[in-house]
Design a protein around this ligand. Sequence first.
Ligand code: PEP
Ligand code: MN
Length: 338
Amino acid sequence: MIIVIKPNTSREGIDQVIAEVAKLGYDPRPIFGTEQTVVAAIGDERIHHTLESLNVLPQVQEVLRVQKRYKLVSREFHPEDTIIDVDGIKVGGPHFTVMAGPCSVESEEQLLSTARAVKAAGATILRGGAYKPRTSPYEFQGLGKEGLRLLQVAKKETGLKIVTEVLSERDVEHVAASADILQIGARNAQNFQLLIEAAQSGKPILLKRGMSQKIEEWLLSAEYVLAHGNPNVMLCERGIRTFETFTRNTLDLSAVAVAKAESHLPVIVDPSQGCGKASLVAALCRGSVAMNADGLIIEVHPHPAEAMSDGAQQVDFKAFEKLMADLPPFLKLTGKGM
Ligand code: PEP
Ligand code: MN
């Protein structure tokens, strides 16, 4: 870190800063300028005490970070793309992976018909929420354990792998027993205790970006999972809150480019939560592919108008088939294949 000392600080004031830097575990190297002095603090900022506390000293103008706050998720640390093996389905690197299915698991008929349709159109992973994080306590909360059972039935019949959300630490063990990928939702993106529990399940994690989460914070959430021994994290951009209300969220495709550059982890886009409108999903899928995303997670429902959650943004089977058929030319641009 670099501590910038205010102009006209006495030698005594500078020495006090040097002494504090040493006390906090860094090697202080002062650089005396004609107008101002800076103290370079040599040491790993991620391991030692943060020097940001030195801002409290009246002679300190600014404390500047040199290193990034995340390490394990960074491309500097791990230059090659991470490829995650989801029980035989590869995610990341040259692979493009489509996860699709209803927002919520509602019934056997709904889930099985959707599983068959998305598989026929090229998806390899089935999504479906058994535990739903709803804004209102009066809205459908998901079928819980029965939903997990139905996901297993669909997996058994179709061979699709399962991604489903885990809402609380309490549920990690039994959700992990039914899921191939644990989804951490936007509302839990900074529930660090849940991230740790989910990491320790050993299952691959699909980590949604929080709805008001900065990219750095999102990467730090992923860092929690890696720091707790689980390298298999997929970052999922699902739109953020902005001033715009025409769409439910603003899908942040620049975050896809940033995440791909900053991190080696696969980046998945959720255009459904991203825009909230079924009519916009296909275009956002094409855009995401062109942005070099590693996959998509798309909400598909047999009768979106009757859906128990997120009806406005779910595409029907025909629309899903069409949007999938439109992807290959865009995939060709990126060199990825399904
Ligand atoms: C969902 O996938 O249905 C969902 C609730 O996602 P998010 O956490 O991104 O809102
Ligand atoms: Mn949804």
